[in-house]
Design a protein around this ligand. Sequence first.
Ligand code: MRU
Length: 319
Amino acid sequence: MKIEGKDCRALWFEDGTLKFIDQRKLPYKLEIYTAKTVDDVAFAIKDMVVRGAPAIGAAATYGMVLGVNDLKNTAEKLRKTRPTAYDLFYAVDFMVSKIKDGGDALDAANNYVEDLIDRCRRIGENGEELIKEGMKILTHCNAGALATVDYGTALAPFYIAHRKGKKFFVYADETRPRCQGLLTDWELTQEGIDHAVIADNAAGHFMKNGEIDMVITGADRIVSNGDFANKIGTYEKAVLAKENNIPFYVAAPISTFDKTIKSGDEIIIEERGRDELAIINNCKIMPDYTKVKNPAFDVTPAEYVTGYITEEKITKKLE
Ligand code: MRU
């Protein structure tokens, strides 16, 4: 990812500590959060200093490095941070197996992250073929470099297409309550990709008026039958896309595919706190008596998916 023209990653290991771009502060401030212990990493995942399924997985690999002397408890602590994104569990299992086989923990984490970045780049190359000159494309949440260390999943095809000189326009859903759409806005601004943020409930209007030619989102967990969990609001965008005959693609690397679960009904959906809805930028937008419900993800059935963009290929149906 480019920040002020310079190459940068969402997280990196330096001098025995894990550094993150603090995503709680963006787009208003570019601050670095330093995790010195596994507890710091667990906090960073829970509090969403780092977020996005592949980036959470990457953070967990370095969390395992910091807590390598107490492997069982470290793995347990990290697994308990957030329940929905499969990458977290995939990454912890990867590290446990490498360390038990006698591998060096830091080498294993570095290899995991380099491999992830390469997979995201390949997702971008595969998905880029779908982007035709002049297209208008909707995305939801943030599935860019911030969410994956570099390149992104849903945004990777945009980066590759843009670097090849293709002209297209991106609609970024604001994605309440945490407004990850502003992270997408920030990333696309850094890369100079033409786009606009829209309110979450505006997507149907643009689809019905022929303003959207394709939807690409990321995923937090894709299960055996092709159902997938992603940021709350994804399901309704998929239904609207089908109603308006708009192709709907999901972009994700292998670490997001959970073969242990058969159907989306079995995915655990994280419920987050009241303040995410009730407070914006330190400003209360609801009275104290207001009760809220705040599921962080929803499940979209496979029947709404036109194709899955992976590092290997674009697949119509999951076997
Ligand atoms: O709660 P978040 O911000 O971690 O949720 C992130 C998403 O839902 C992303 O769309 C998903 O992880 C794909 S990111 C490549």
